[in-house]
Design a protein around this ligand. Sequence first.
Ligand code: NAD
Length: 788
Amino acid sequence: MDLATLYDPLPYGPAPEDAQLARQWIESHGGTFGHFIDGKFTQPGGSPVFDCINPADKQVLAQVSQGTEEDVARAVASARKAQPDWQESSPHERAKVLYALARQVQKHARLFAVLETLDNGKPIRETRDLDVPLVARHFYHHAGWAQLMPARLPGCWPVGVCGQIIPWNFPLLMLAWKIAPAIAMGNTVVLKPAEFTPLTALLFAEICQVAEVPQGVVNVVTGDGDTGRLLVEHPDVDKIAFTGSTEVGRILRKATAGTRKRLSLELGGKSPFIVFEDADWDSAIEGIVDAIWFNQGQVCCAGSRLLVQESIEGRFCEKLRRRMDALRVGNPLDKSIDIGAIVAPVQLERIESLVKAGVEEGAVMYQPPGACPKEGWFYPPTLMTNVAPASTVAQIEIFGPVLVAMPFRTPKEAVELANNTVYGLAASVWTENLSLALDVAAQVKAGTVWINSTNLFDAASGFGGYKESGFGREGGFEGLLEYVIPPLAKAKPPKPHPVSPMGFTAQLDRTYKHYIGGKQARPDQGYSLEVKASQGERLGEVARGNRKDVRNAVESARKAHEGGKNQSSHLRAQVLYYLAENLSSRRDSIEKLIAATEGYGIRAAGEQVDETLKRLFDAAAWADKNDGAVHSTPFRGLTYTLNEPVGVIAVVCPPSPSFLPFVSLGAVAVALGNAVILVPSERGPIPAAEFVQVLEASDVMPGVWNVVTGLEGELAEVMAAHDDIDALWHFGSSESVVRCLELSAGNLKQTWAVPDCDYDWTDPNGALCREIVRRSVQVKNVWAPSGE
Ligand code: NAD
């Protein structure tokens, strides 16, 4: 018998992890848990309880409490009470607490890992080797950010009390991603874990006591979506940070509209895994195992769409099927298991029904021989081929161990297919051609791109989505910005200006048109709005825009954005300097219009123009200076950040001042590669409408800067509901802002909503310009490991 034959039938032996200590920990709490409020566990029994079930054997592990309105109110009150002192504590004190939490996680690493596997059903290899080490790393990393807050975020202050709601797929890791940055920046939190997996959050609460986290800084209230809703609706919560489904994300967008609560959403995905014909096949196949069968495919960034070059599709998929045959599905506490249990029957049914729909639509399904265990909720690894790009399984997030494969011919087609989804969370690109890899990475619309790798995470590199995968980032410097308020200066009370309309004559009696696609455009319906000066006299007319005007502007902006992607930042800067030059030469007429609009003296109007010129220079300066970064992740190779333009941004300008915000917002957004549609102040649109002449004279690429005048409420609503607008910045009336935030839930566009805005647009400390810069880009992190 030769060696190969000897090894051939060698079966795996079981390598079970002992769960005794985890069960003892549950027993030490009597098997039933209250909430963790104000540094203490509440007595269970005050609220109804529900079962926590081990999905691998369907046995009840423990009982936890369903958070009621009263529980949520007590937790929020405790967080509110603790917040000022926590904020006032020195950064070093906060750093020490985060450090202690990191240490505690490490000291109890195995207990956390086993408990997580029992509660969630994911293999112990994953909880032990990935989840828990990443949790510890997150707290260490953020101990550093607490320490560096004054140096890196000067003048910023915490948001306040944060309601944090997390899903069941990475219960402890999602907790760390939420709690660590929040408390590092001086916020206090009320965290609601998912109903299926609350146990590690409760163990974490216990180590908060040991780590001497001050009472009320971290609170944990367990329960289902109803408890989550109560937290979202609580009036004394300043921010909601949510990770979960896009469906619930939409609900939260609507629920927080008009409440002034900040919101960050980490939502679903349907991430492409792109394999070119020159890829290292063996590595790519192992990558797929990691991408879609890690955590049973219940991963927001799972590489669930395999896009494979047509020339290799058949052979590659065959090799993949052989690899699938070797995957082991079974008891997640067994260390040699690849695929554990599905978290709950409802999730299993969802997977089954979506796969069934796929087969009915013509997909060919492959599942390896070998049965799944019967005692728990299991689903085998599944590959679906012959899948049409528009079919159910190619579009809907299955959130299970199901991979759908589709062929492509050229890199262009690969990018088109990759972007053919409402999501934009992650992507993985496999090729030995580095130039191709980097080019595709830049074109895929996703918050994270892995080159010849997949599912790499680190606290130093932010994570989050484009499009309907949500907004906001977790991890990295950009993740901190979700938990601080920048030092934006407030407007000073207006100075009493003597009104002197200064030689203001008949030449103003003109009708201003929209400016769309680089041309002045008549309003679709042929209506105009009369505009009055501050003193009530008629100043002129502007076009009254409608739905069709907005639609035309969006089409032009989209075309310009796509077409202008190769325009260099240097060129954009030149155009902005040129705008300043041309504004300067036309300042007399604009000054007069500002003076008449605002009721300023001509000198104050001149100051507004001077500030505007400075803003144009600021924007030109930022065009080539908003650099990304290379992160210090613990991997060989590069993890780098690209600050990519958001895309098409619609801006509803504040009522006043009439000119400076209009140019400031538009110029910075354009500097950073976006196309904009600006609605000037409804009350005083004429200075902005006059600026169109400056735009026309300044080589601005057609469609990059569009101006639509009209009634703020009407236009804003159309833009909020428009699915091809990527972001809405709304500085109008609170009534319109609330309505628009609700409407923006449609495509979950990014929003910057400041009703009744009182910013000092002269931006004395530069913070406003930095904030516009931040809002103008979305961060993409690219992971490019190197070496053998
Ligand atoms: P889910 O949206 O059903 O639930 C998430 C959390 O929200 C749970 O704690 C739940 O109790 C709570 N919840 C439900 N309804 C609520 C409501 N009306 N108000 C407030 N809270 C409510 O999602 P899930 O099934 O737990 O998780 C899977 C989803 O999470 C997937 O779509 C996945 O892609 C996504 N996810 C995203 C990321 C990311 O970083 N982008 C990470 C992990 C998971």
